[in-house]
Design a protein around this ligand. Sequence first.
Ligand code: NAP
Ligand code: GLV
Length: 306
Amino acid sequence: MNITFCCTDTKADPWLKGLRAAFPHATVNVWQPGAPQADVAVVWAPPQQFLDEQQALKALFNIGAGVDALLKLRLPPGVKVVRLDDAGMSVQMAEYVCHAVIRHFREFDGYEADVKEGKWSYRKPRERQAFPVGVMGLGVLGERVARALRVFDFPVHGWSRTPKAIEGVFTHSGEAGFEGFLSASRVLVNLLPLTPDTQDILNRHTLGRLQPGGYLINVARGAHLVEADLLALLERGHLAGATLDVFRTEPLPPEHPFWAHPQIRITPHTSARTLRDESIAQIAGKIRALEAGQPIAGVVDAIRGY
Ligand code: NAP
Ligand code: GLV
């Protein structure tokens, strides 16, 4: 078997070492232009030239959960696109989102600012029932996040394309369920994949449907959010703030207003990182299953876009 590795912005050596350990009899190399045809590829943001040359690939293993960038490219005919299926991401996402929700709900930024000024101050405890959290996307990451938020007794709503049942979570689905989901939510967490249906979905109309004092947590993709609409709703006072991990342009340009906005907290696309060892183990298991003709989880539907 020939396994090729083509990942932008990723140190290749530890991946090659892990893949060679899992497949001692295979050829495992970093792709170079003109390289022999490989059977499977491990990829992140590969150049179009790679896909144009590697037309015999049977499977592309994306070392992330989101495949939006990969699906914009021309793919070899009949290739299976396989996303990372958790591999240690969902617990990180649950930590990140619970931290952001609790930081906002408990006003920890306000306390921190007071302490910096030497103030021993108290704020009136807030009513938890007045902070329903809506999770957009109830897939591998969204479901774990919704369950984690329930542990802290927040009312939790979830929205997905197809109907779901999650204990303790009010679930809504499809276009028909969208309005009701938004108006039931005060804190909105975005964990949708980026597809033609979901691009720009966080805009003045949808964010304007949140309960007054709304708060946005975007941990999916920057292109879900119409940035000017978020700024306008913060200015108008309908939204209280936002925690953003992803941006339309990454790295966030130095002159971007989000850097210094007093109501916006940013992190550099780090809410759920790819964990190398877990990912190699998952990919190796799936390559073996495919070789044995068995079905695998995480195969992307290119028409649906995720
Ligand atoms: P997933 O398992 O594919 O789940 C996607 C969820 O979104 C599903 O519940 C799906 O509904 C729902 N959905 C898709 N299109 C929809 C639509 N048009 N209307 C309503 N619901 C829709 O994805 P995941 O693994 O949870 O990951 C979600 C996204 O997180 C990724 O695509 C990626 O962009 C992002 N991500 C970000 C980071 C980071 O570090 N910031 C890390 C990892 C992933 P159904 O269940 O009905 O199909
Ligand atoms: C990261 O953003 C991922 O899609 O895994």
